[in-house]
Design a protein around this ligand. Structure first.
Ligand code: ZN
Length: 207
């Protein structure tokens, strides 16, 4: 296994922005654009990326965004409201945000909690999910600066597989792994999460 440990020097390496491919943000001589497999996901995925993550060489959010046809990635620290991010036709009650904490019920791979803190009966009603890309501290900053996150349902994860890398982010998973798990829990086709994990391993972890 070519597993990335916290001591892996790549964990903090950033790509020189002038030498980066404008699509995948990897160094131009290591561009992965042609290798990404597109996936037709039904549940919309929006990734809010902390600016400091943008040029990290192990950035998995950009890959998730490139692979998932129904997704978008926004870089920034704050957005005025939910509709500016998700679209004027969307309702926050139909969206979930990946939450920092793990599951309370360890028998389930994921749980969705409504604004009333009760577990949602039918999480497959969700239309989209928001994932935050950044370290735990950066994600906390995003929560602090975007009070509208509180209007969303919260998705907590209980990863059954250890992360392909040991650098800890929210739930101990890379952003793309957290998205893969959440999509599977919320009723997307199994192939989509399998492919996301496979592409992450092949194009980023082992590259
Ligand atoms: Zn590229």
């Amino acid at each position: 296994m070519n597993k990335i440990s916290p001591k892996d020097p790549r964990a903090h390496i950033k790509t020189d922005r002038f030498k980066a491919c404008p699509e995948c943000f990897r160094p131009k001589d290591d561009c992965i654009c042609e290798k990404v497999v597109s996936l037709d996901n039904k549940l919309k995925v929006i990734i809010l990326q902390h600016p400091q993550e943008q040029y990290k060489q192990l950035n998995s959010a950009r890959l998730a965004n490139m692979a998932l046809l129904n997704s978008k990635l926004l870089v920034g620290l704050s957005w005025p409201n939910f509709k500016i991010v998700a679209g004027s036709e969307e309702q926050p009650s139909k969206w979930g945000i990946l939450y920092l904490k793990g599951n309370s019920d360890k028998s389930k791979p994921c749980q969705v909690f409504g604004r009333n803190k009760k577990e949602m009966e039918n999480p497959s009603e969700l239309r989209g999910i928001i994932a935050l890309d950044g370290s735990w501290k950066q994600a906390k900053t995003l929560w602090w600066r975007n009070p509208w996150f509180l209007k969303l349902n919260r998705i907590t994860l209980n990863p059954e597989h250890p992360s392909l890398r040991s650098q800890t982010k929210s739930e101990g998973l890379a952003t793309i792994e957290a998205i893969a798990l959440a999509l599977r829990c919320l009723g997307e086709k199994e192939e989509i999460s399998v492919s996301l994990r496979e592409q992450y391993e092949r194009l980023i972890v082992k590259s």
